[in-house]
Design a protein around this ligand. Structure first.
Ligand SMILES: Nc1ncnc2c1ncn2[C@@H]1O[C@H](COP(=O)(O)OP(=O)(O)OP(=O)(O)O)[C@@H](O)[C@H]1O
Ligand SMILES: [Mg+2]
Length: 398
């Protein structure tokens, strides 16, 4: 199943563009699912439907080839998070927090993101869809969404190891003496299931060749700047972007009106600038519609204009990926980091991982065993590519 996430700054047109590309793909014959990972769902509004979320979280049929789903975090997470949640609720209650608030607090942070990912994984596993489009919440939340399997599995695995060790020794006795609820085996079972089965599967899906991210922008400076940062952050986590969509461009007929002529020139300039900044990603043009684009038919027509003959389900660009290479001087780790600045970049080696920080994001990249034993002897940024040199300590000193 091909998986495409649409991200971008708040209000730029993510939901409209995601729904339009899904509707167009469905019209081309792909069995398509569009799902909203934004808790402030507006996918139903764009489709002109009320997307009832039932307890099973089943997608709703929009056209024979198009299904849609607004993910309900609470309902989706219940089977996975139930025991963990019950435990947290009992812990919060014990601390004197009111029932209703305890219940709210126990909905794990990032619950919407986890739920959306679980829905993606369920869709992939069902075999019912060729193409899944995810309408994301604004940029920061998208990054949390797509990096969650990696970050959560590291954190949960550590937590699980510590808690298991402690619980095995302490729990039977502690239950009698410690004045607070302790997690029972069912809590660990839920963490275990969520962690090993689902998150591991998701990580694989996200890092596979079948997943892409598309960044929606409008011809405005602040929007483009945020998109550039998102592009770097996504690359740090090896999440490949395959296109930028420039939304709300005046259609050619608007240029005939004297009032819009100047705006049209300025938009063309921004478009050229975005093309250069994001190269080699293609920049798709989404015209400003004369009215809001609502309903499957209008969305499919809008999608056909955006993709202009290209298939929304295709991979639109093969961006370079993380590579480990070897030359006479030792090993190289090459990580594409478009738009990264060397003054906002740190690289270090810690045990068997390479720690890379760009701006406010930091990632531990696991190294293959051969490289894990080497020392870091240099790192440089070269035209958006981070090149890290590793060599045996003695070689490095030479
Ligand atoms: N190309 C377009 N032509 C006309 N109207 C548009 C276009 N793209 C988006 N809109 C309108 O702009 C508004 C915001 O669009 P949309 O909801 O798709 O943005 P969003 O990025 O998903 O917002 P949010 O960050 O709040 O989720 C909507 O009213 C939508 O109908
Ligand atoms: Mg939206």
């Amino acid at each position: 199943m091909r998986l495409v996430f649409y991200t971008g700054k708040g209000g730029v047109g993510k939901t409209t563009t995601a729904a339009a590309s899904a509707a167009h793909a469905a019209a081309l014959g792909h069995r398509t699912l569009v799902l909203s990972a934004d808790p402030a769902h507006s996918l139903g509004d764009v489709l002109g439907l009320r997307l009832a979320s039932d307890d099973e979280g089943a997608p709703q049929c929009v056209t024979p080839q198009l299904a849609a789903l607004e993910v309900d975090a609470r309902a989706t997470l219940e089977p996975h998070w139930g025991a963990i949640r019950d435990y947290l609720v009992s812990l919060f209650r014990h601390q004197g927090i009111e029932d209703v608030i305890a219940d709210e607090l126990a909905l794990l942070p990032g619950a919407e993101e986890v739920a959306a990912l679980l829905a993606v994984e369920a869709a992939a596993r069902s075999g019912d869809y060729d193409f899944c489009v995810v309408d994301c919440a604004p940029t920061g939340s998208t990054l949390r969404l797509v990096t969650l399997p990696e970050i959560a599995s590291r954190t949960l695995r550590l937590l699980l190891r510590v808690q298991r060790a402690v619980a095995a020794v302490v729990s039977p006795v502690a239950r009698a003496v410690v004045p607070m609820p302790l997690p029972g085996p069912e809590v660990f079972r839920d963490i275990d299931r969520l962690l090993y089965k689902r998150l591991a599967a998701l990580r694989e899906i996200l890092l596979s060749e079948t997943t892409s991210i598309r960044i929606v922008v409008t011809p405005e400076r602040m929007v483009i700047d945020e998109a550039l940062r998102a592009h770097t952050d996504l690359a740090l986590f090896e999440l490949p972007c395959d296109a930028v969509v420039m939304n709300r461009l005046f259609p050619p007929e608007a240029a005939a009106e004297a009032f819009f002529e100047g705006w049209g020139h300025w938009q063309e300039e921004r478009l050229a600038e975005v093309g250069e900044l994001f190269a080699p990603l293609p920049v798709l043009r989404a015209p400003l519609a004369s009215d809001e684009v609502v309903g499957a038919a209008a969305l499919a027509a809008h999608g056909a204009r955006i993709f202009a003959g290209a298939d929304p389900a295709a991979r639109l660009c093969d961006a370079p990926r993380l590579r480990f290479t070897r030359d006479a001087r030792g090993y190289r780790v090459e990580l594409p980091l478009p738009h990264a600045r060397s003054d906002a970049l740190d690289v270090a080696k810690l045990d068997d991982s390479l720690i890379v920080r760009t701006g406010t994001r930091r990632r531990a990249i696991p190294l293959p065993r051969k490289l894990a034993q080497l020392s870091l002897v240099g790192a440089k940024l070269e035209a958006g590519l981070l090149i890290v040199r590793l060599a045996a300590a003695a070689d490095g000193a030479r």
